[in-house]
Design a protein around this ligand. Structure first.
Ligand code: ADP
Ligand code: MG
Length: 700
């Protein structure tokens, strides 16, 4: 039996008149294969062609849109034909405009005397009126007139060989043919906005008045946000109805001596967060919690306390860090804390696969091995790591991992509790989309007694003074990080200094102080050795790539110099400088910009002005978009076609509320009676499914 005919929306673009195989291939380069793809091709901007500028009223130096007829056109060539100028003259009844293009002689084929032409560009001069390299569009016939002029017209992302005019015409035809058949996927969104998706698409491409296009975008974005929020909330709902958690709140038998020996009291913020975590660990459902706290706010101690609760309850704990350096450091810290309590602590990294520091051995028959804390990198995800009774998973610097990895680790147990920690302050819009399925705890105050961190932006010409300053600090017994954006000169980006070359120079410049070198290509042993030397103050300056970005803790280091600072994101720079505000000594971060443009230096000024991580993250989101904040590792980050995280907080919150109501009607009120509050959502999807019963042992 032949398959039923697909909806017109699913038909290939070739069903539209004027699209043959060649044009279809061009459209495919833009990802436009079906009629529906065309309908969802988002304009990158709009041009107001309701009003054209009379040529006589053009102003030099300003951009203008005008329309007229070509009255003359021709190419001049010189230097034996290697250089050329194509020029045409446009006449609109009020004056004549010269449009010029250098070294594009083939344009002669495109324009003909008598053509009606829309041009947009900057007026270079008025004697005579001239534009250089304007955008142009030929207007042909009456149909064209209604699509391409006399209205707000969309301007699309293009590919070579395709013109705005052709694409706009195709979208117009696609709308006429199939626009009305676009379904409304989420009724609550239609009700809330009073706008069908079909109508929104029409207005997105061909807005009828100012504001239509943005209203349409928001309507379409709301569908995207609603879908995501519904997925997150469904997952949370499933988790709460299906998954029974291991009780992991502990009995304080190790917690008490641990805190007594810690050497400092917990801050009120740490205590509050631990109370939230303990309530989760004691509760009937697995914890799904995000712990946010600026660099240096003391998340590791909180993680240690959470681990102790689970260990006291007989659960194994996995602690995953993004780099070997960091895993090794955290392993040392946990071992120093836990070994005196007799708790086995193991390390698993790519470089060091075998567990270290653990003492359980093969275990005597009939004797349950002691619950173990295993610290590691991605190596924890590999098959060799099979904890007996995984009670708690902790992921440090979550923003360095993908959502998929988080799930992979959680799947090693039967619904273990999950605590993810991040120092990247996430603007709320991003938090709600990325971590919308997690409860959120925030450590909002640094431990007391930290030195003040001051940040300076300097041009590269001031470097000699910078090194002088660094030497003076080293002479006082302090230590310094010196960070470069890349490893070797041969790395692709030109103009960026490389750590390998600069290191030699600095050894000379900072002598007799000793300079260590740390970067991602060192072996695990070498990294560990260099870090140990730096920590012990056997080397005074550490020259490194941004491998120190996260988590490295050397309190005596109070100076950080970052060269080519303009090549880093603001949030990343904030992370980096967080390494040096960890002691009572005043700390200094010097951002050296090689930037030729004042603009890049201006961007860095945000860091001089504030140490508020959230403000910095917002600025980064505005300036560089979400990709920068997320890093490439956030493969699980949702991509939005119409959503704009920079501006859509209110929309995302609306979507959350709509999804909550929708789910409540679908399933009845959530168990436990508490509807997910702001920052609280979640469930278990199939992808978080636990290993089969029998392999894990439920405790309690
Ligand atoms: P981050 O939140 O960046 O992971 P860490 O957990 O590495 O921060 O803590 C930074 C430093 O602050 C560490 O040296 C840690 O021992 C110290 N610290 C943590 N909590 C406190 C506290 N309550 N009082 C004093 N120092 C603390
Ligand atoms: Mg940390």
């Amino acid at each position: 039996m032949p398959a039923p005919p697909a909806s017109i929306l699913e038909q290939p673009v070739t069903v539209l008149g004027g699209v043959g195989p060649e044009r279809a291939a061009l459209l495919a380069q833009l990802g436009l294969r079906t009629v529906a793809d065309l309908l969802h091709h988002r304009p990158r901007r709009y041009e107001d062609r309701r009003h054209f500028h009379p040529i006589r009223e053009l102003t030099a130096g300003e951009s203008a849109l005008t329309i007229g007829r070509v009255v003359a056109a021709g190419v001049k060539r010189w230097r034996r034909g290697t250089r050329s100028l194509f020029e045409l003259i446009l006449e609109d009844g009020t004056g004549r405009l010269h449009c010029r293009w250098w070294n594009l002689p083939f344009l002669e084929e495109h324009f003909h005397v008598g053509d009606e032409l829309v041009v947009f560009g900057k007026v270079r001069s008025l004697k005579p009126p001239t534009m250089d390299h304007p955008e142009t569009e030929v207007v042909e016939g009456d149909v064209d007139r209604s699509i391409h002029v006399g209205r707000l017209v969309p301007v699309y992302p293009l590919t070579a060989g395709l013109t705005q005019r052709v694409l706009r015409g195709l979208v117009w035809r696609a709308l006429r043919l199939a626009g009305a058949q676009v379904p409304d996927p989420w009724p609550p969104v239609t009700t809330a906005t009073g706008l069908s998706r079909a109508r929104a698409l029409q207005l997105l491409h061909f807005p009828e008045q100012d504001g239509d296009a943005e209203a349409a975008r928001r309507r379409l974005a709301l569908d995207e946000y609603f879908e995501l929020q519904l997925r997150l909330q469904r997952r949370r709902h499933t988790l709460q109805t299906r998954a029974a958690a291991l009780p992991c709140a502990g009995d304080n038998r190790w917690m008490r001596p641990f805190l007594a020996r810690l050497g400092f009291p917990l801050t009120p913020a740490q205590t509050r967060v631990l109370r939230e975590i303990r309530a989760d660990l004691a509760g009937p459902h697995p914890m799904r919690r995000l712990l946010q706290g600026d660099v240096g706010s003391g998340k590791t101690v909180v993680a240690a306390c959470a681990a102790l609760m689970a260990l006291e309850s007989g659960g194994d704990v996995a602690f995953m860090a993004p780099t070997e350096v960091l895993a090794a450091q955290q392993f040392e810290r946990f071992r120093a804390w836990f070994a005196p309590l007799g708790i086995p602590v193991a390390l698993r990294t790519g470089g060091r696969k075998t567990a270290e520091g653990a003492s359980p051995g093969p275990g005597l028959p009939g004797v349950t091995p002691a619950p173990t804390l295993t610290v590691g990198t991605h190596a924890l995800l590999e098959p060799g790591y099979d904890p007996e009774r995984l009670g708690l998973v902790i992921i440090d610097e979550q923003h360095k991992f993908g959502v998929a990895q988080r799930k992979q680790l959680v799947r090693k147990g039967r619904y273990p509790h999950l605590l993810v920690m991040t120092a990247t302050p996430i603007p709320r819009t991003l938090g709600l989309t990325l971590y919308g399925d997690l409860d959120v705890s925030v450590i909002d105050a640094l431990p007391a007694g930290r030195g003040v961190l001051r940040t300076f932006v300097r041009g590269a010409e001031r470097l000699p003074r910078v090194w002088e300053f660094v030497r003076a600090q080293l002479a006082r017994g302090r230590q310094a990080f010196i960070v470069y954006p890349r490893l070797e000169e041969t790395d692709p980006v030109a103009g960026l200094k490389a750590v390998l070359t600069e290191c030699e120079r600095l050894r000379a410049a900072l002598a007799p102080h000793r300079v260590g070198l740390l970067h991602g290509r060192l072996s695990a042993e070498d990294k560990a050795r260099v870090m140990a030397e730096f920590r012990a103050n056997r080397v005074q300056a550490l020259v490194c790539t941004s491998v120190v970005e996260v988590g490295v803790d050397v309190p005596n280091a109070n100076v950080m110099v970052i060269e080519n600072a303009e090549s880093f994101g603001l949030a990343q720079l904030h992370q980096l400088r967080g390494r040096v505000a960890r002691s009572p000594h005043p700390a200094y971060c010097i951002l050296v910009a090689a930037a030729r443009t004042a603009e890049a230096r201006e961007r860095l000024r945000v860091l001089e002005e504030t140490t508020d991580g959230f403000r910095i993250a917002e600025a980064d989101l505005r300036l560089r978009g979400p990709g920068e904040l997320l890093g490439q590792a956030q493969s699980g980050a949702p991509a939005f076609r119409f959503g704009e995280l920079e501006t859509d907080l209110a929309l995302i919150e609306q979507a959350r509320a709509l999804a909550r109501d929708w789910l409540a009607r679908e399933t009845g009120p959530p168990p436990g009676g508490t509807p997910p509050s702001a920052g609280a959502v979640v469930s278990v999807a199939a992808d978080e499914a636990p290993k089969p019963p029998g392999q894990g042992t439920t405790i309690g």
